[in-house]
Write a protein that binds this ligand. Structure first.
Ligand code: NAD
Length: 299
């Protein structure tokens, strides 16, 4: 049955996610700080409101899709915040990618205000948001998860309940730590192969069916012409921007440090993507990291 949903953060991801909720027949009250985001949302059938608080007033569910944990906690608990505006028992779903500690703080604040909450970060990028095919990684109670299921299924293709508060964010950063490191590994292997006179095709034919097989190689290959969907085939237009990979690996590295986990390669990968995203990799897909490997190699 149609729900009333408050939605704060109508950017690259939140905009199309909110539009899909409207298309599914729900009433969406949307808010963002940026006028252009509100104009697009209005064109998509979102009911634009004047404040975050108004978007959370008398709704069943509040979704947030914001840049980082700081904005989430601010929107939840700051002056004119979402938690205070919502009726008791409202279900809060934060789909932003944030620090696990911030996610847990958001859950605690929601519970203290008498609400239920989920951390529900996504993968799949802007294309997944537009197509309603995102993967949701969800942390929080079984009961909140089952109540959220209907709306998550509208915005996503795959929805995984990962455990208690913070588990969705934990799954997201652990997955992306594998992805970020493995993309560097594949890039280093291709550049070493070039130096050794090995063709891209030969290395691909061997590694893609041998023990070097991984998603970074067979679905998102950093050299062109081997895999149809690779950003490498379109001059490394994202896809998944290097800056976002740097963000996610930074969250993984700080969680590892806080927990005393010796994730040395994860930390190193965070540094490599951060330097790349701030320099020649600005605006590029993260798989363009192969250029950084080449640039750092002796001729
Ligand atoms: P974005 O910057 O396009 O959108 C964020 C929106 O939040 C902006 O429109 C901004 O104006 C709004 N905002 C910020 N503070 C606000 C406030 N106090 N009140 C109301 N609105 C506010 O970012 P995005 O690409 O949509 O990403 C959103 C989140 O999703 C991030 O946490 C990101 O890490 C994560 N994510 C992004 C992608 C991707 O491919 N873009 C993929 C997976 C996850």
């Amino acid at each position: 049955s149609p729900l009333r949903i408050g939605f704060t953060g109508l950017g690259h991801m939140g905009g199309p996610m909110a539009a899909n909720l409207v298309r599914a027949g729900h009433t969406v009250l949307g808010f963002d700080l940026v006028p252009a985001a509100l104009e697009q949302a209005e064109a998509d059938g979102v009911t634009v409101v004047a404040s975050a608080a108004e978007s959370a007033t008398d709704v069943d569910i509040v979704v947030t899709m914001l840049p980082s944990g700081r904005q989430v906690l601010e929107c939840y608990t700051g002056e004119g915040g979402l938690l205070a505006a919502a009726k008791p028992g409202t279900l809060f779903i934060d789909s932003s990618t944030v620090d696990v500690a911030d996610a847990r703080a958001a859950h605690e604040a929601a519970a203290a205000a008498g609400h239920r909450s989920l951390d529900a970060p996504v993968s799949g990028g802007v294309a997944g948001a537009a197509g309603g095919t995102l993967t949701f990684m969800v942390g929080g109670s079984e009961e909140a998860f089952s109540d959220a299921r209907a709306v998550l299924d509208v915005m996503g293709g795959k929805v995984v309940h990962c455990g208690d508060a913070g588990s969705g964010q934990a799954a997201k950063i652990c997955n992306n730590m594998i992805l970020g490191i493995s993309m560097i590994a594949v890039s280093e292997a291709f550049v070493l192969g070039e130096e050794l006179g090995l063709s891209h095709q030969a290395l691909f034919d061997v590694a893609s069916t041998a023990s070097g097989q991984c998603w970074s190689l067979t679905s998102y290959c950093p050299v062109p012409e081997l895999v149809p969907a690779s950003p490498a085939n379109r001059d490394y237009q994202p896809g998944f921007a290097a800056a976002l990979m740097a963000k996610d690996l930074g969250l993984a590295a700080s969680a590892a440090q806080a927990g005393g986990v010796a994730a040395d390669l994860g930390r190193r990968a965070a540094e490599v993507y951060a330097a790349f995203a701030e320099g020649s990799g600005a605006g590029k897909d993260f798989s363009a990291i192969i250029h950084e490997v080449r640039a750092g190699s002796a001729d």
